[in-house]
Structures are given as C-alpha cells and as structure tokens.
Design a protein around this ligand. Structure first.
Ligand code: ZN
Length: 147
C-alpha cells in the first residue's frame, strides 16, 4: 500500500506538467492570430505578370488600377487585386487567407470591358477561359484582344 503512493504523486505531477505546457503552447499559438485580426496584417501577397495586346499591338497596363477602391479585404485604400506601376505587375494581396481573386474582378476594377470583344487569355503559355481564371502566385498572363 505504501509503495503505491509515490507512483500516484509522480503520475499527478506528469499530468499537471503536461496540462501546463499544453496551455502555454495553446496561448502562444493564438497570439499571432489576435494580432492579425486587430492590425493591418496581410494574409498573403502574391504577384502575377500581365502582357496586354490589342489587335496585335502591345498596350500599357495602367498604373494604380484598384488604388483608392477599398472593399475591406485588401491593404488599406486598395482593392485586393491592383497595380502600382505600368510594368504589368499585378499585386494580389488579401487580409483573408485563401481568398481567391479572379481575372474578371481585375478587369472590372480596371474598367476594361471585354464583353463585346474577342479576348483570349494565355496563362503560362496555355489558353484558359478568362471568365474562370483565378490568380496564382507567379503566373504569367498574356491577354490578346481583337476589336
Ligand atoms: Zn506586391
């Protein structure tokens, strides 16, 4: 009977230590999430490149597409899909992890109406349906429009 007591004490010590360590790990794991909710943290920041051709002529993709249009999901004062310069670099940035952004959302915010034109979108060399394309980090896009 007397031999059993120290074993129980050891067992309780191990259990309490495990719970304590578990609580510390769980508390630390929730910290970064709290900071993301209350701050301006961006969940991801991806880039794609766009070359735009109208009737075979290379066009400039304007700078500042989506700047000044804030739907609450992008960086402050920016639509989640935007440009900063006229290099053709498209920035895809969201506060919401896993949010998928489409080419149509980009052309809408750009003000580029493709509905009455023949438009072909090539992504990394392959023709895709531009109405069903969602941006992936590092994609290279070529938009060919015929009036
Ligand atoms: Zn960027």
């Amino acid at each position: 009977m007397q031999k059993a007591k120290p074993k129980h004490t050891l067992l309780f010590t191990v259990v309490f230590l495990s719970i304590g360590i578990g609580v510390i790990i769980a508390f630390n794991a929730t910290k970064p999430q709290d900071q993301q909710v209350h701050g301006e943290s961006i969940a991801y920041h991806h880039h794609a490149m766009l070359g735009y051709y109208l009737n075979g002529q290379k066009q400039v993709v304007p700078a500042n597409i989506g700047i000044g249009i804030d739907n609450g999901l992008g960086p402050a004062g920016m639509f989640p899909v935007h440009t900063h310069d006229a290099s053709g670099t498209i920035h895809i940035e969201s506060k919401q992890a896993g949010l998928q952004l489409s080419f149509i959302q980009f052309t809408d915010v750009w003000g580029l109406d493709l509905s009455d034109k023949r438009a072909s979108l090539f992504v990394n060399g392959a023709l895709v349906d531009y109405k069903n394309y969602y941006f992936n980090n590092g994609d290279r896009l070529r938009l060919e429009v015929v009036d």
